[in-house]
Ligand binder design. Structure first.
Ligand SMILES: [Zn+2]
Length: 262
């Protein structure tokens, strides 16, 4: 069995550690020091690094970690990410044997072209084996990543793919953005009771200095405006802001643009 623990890093990043009592794999180590401290505090050895994408706040700690631990680095190969030792593509599987985990890789472009997600499908034979998703900067608690490369249609499509995963999928996002995202969500959809409840729950967690993740696909579908582009209230809000194209992609694009300046 394994645990998944958040290692806070930089301003608001989470480096997710998958670990047992001896070994750990980390996802998106943007910084080495907090990972080394976590490993030391728990008597763990690093045995793998997983990357979702090549932004500096996700790969910045890899070189330093590999001076201490010469471990494989999984991810999508790219000239701007020289650390990758094992290239991963859509549909590839990645086994982390010590933890009994087998990931399936999803390509989810739209934040960066080469962004991937790591998914562990649930095992029906085990009651306590929900699906697991490491989705980097594409899906956030209550929001989504910015569109730095590729088209908004690609980002929308990637989010739709994630939204189709099973409801109980645990969503491990790479940043603590939930509270700010939900404030934007409320501006889009003020009468959504599930969103109002999530705002209260999030405020309580943050007041107690606790993290708001992982989320679930069910919670995101109920409260994340970027997964709710066909909701009449959201369409009305955007029409009041001048939206003419009320197609799903039109609504999504207008909302993503608005959030950039919110
Ligand atoms: Zn990013």
């Amino acid at each position: 069995m394994f645990k998944i623990t958040a290692i806070p890093a930089l301003q608001d990043n989470y480096i997710w550690a998958i670990h047992d009592s001896k070994l750990a794999a980390v996802v998106d180590p943007g910084e080495a020091a907090p990972v080394l401290k976590f490993l030391g505090n728990h008597g763990l050895q690093l045995n793998a690094i997983l990357c979702t994408h090549r932004h500096g706040d996700h790969i910045g700690g890899i070189a330093e970690l590999r001076k201490v631990y010469n471990v494989p680095v999984y991810g999508r190969r790219h000239p701007n990410n020289p650390h990758i030792t094992h290239d991963l593509r859509e549909g590839d599987s990645l086994k982390l044997d010590p933890f009994g985990i087998e990931f399936v890789i999803l390509e989810i472009p739209g934040h960066l072209n080469d962004h991937i997600a790591y998914r562990v499908p649930g095992q029906k034979s085990l009651v306590l084996a929900p699906e697991i998703l490491f989705c980097g900067d594409v899906l956030f608690g209550g929001g989504c990543g910015r569109n730095f490369e590729g088209s908004l249609a690609q980002l929308h499509h990637s989010l739709q793919r994630l939204a189709q995963l099973p409801d109980n999928t645990r969503v491990y996002c790479a940043h603590e953005y939930t509270a700010a995202n939900l404030r934007f969500g409320l501006a889009c959809e003020p009468d959504n009771p599930a969103l109002q409840q999530r705002i209260t729950a999030t405020q309580q967690l943050r007041a107690a200095n606790q993290i708001t993740l992982p989320s679930t696909i069910a919670l995101e579908k109920a409260t994340n405006p970027f997964l709710r582009c066909t909701q009449p209230e959201i369409i009305r809000t955007l029409q009041q802001r001048g939206l003419a194209d009320t197609s799903e992609l039109g609504v999504f694009s207008a909302m993503r643009e608005w959030k950039n300046h919110f």
